[in-house]
Write a protein that binds this ligand. Sequence first.
Ligand SMILES: [Zn+2]
Length: 85
Amino acid sequence: MGKAFRSDSVGSAGIAAEIAAIEQRDDAQEPETVRCPVGECPVTYAVYNYLFSDREANLASLMYGLKIHHPNHPMRAVLNEPRME
Ligand SMILES: [Zn+2]
C-alpha cells in the first residue's frame, strides 16, 4: 500500500516535464514497456518510476488500473507516484 499509479498522455506538457525530471536523476531507470492487459489491445504504456524492490506488486496494481482505462485509454505513460498515508 501507499503507492498510486497515475497515468497521462505522453504528449501532455505536464507529464513531459515530469518524465524529463525523472530521467535526469542519478538513479534513473529505463522505463519498462507494458501492454494493455485487455485482449489483443495494442496500446502500450511506458512505466516510469516503479520500485524495483516491489516490482511485481507495482505492476499488478498498474495492470488493474489499465483494465479500468480500457478501451478509452488516451494515456500512454504511467508514473508511480508515492502517496503518503
Ligand atoms: Zn486497452
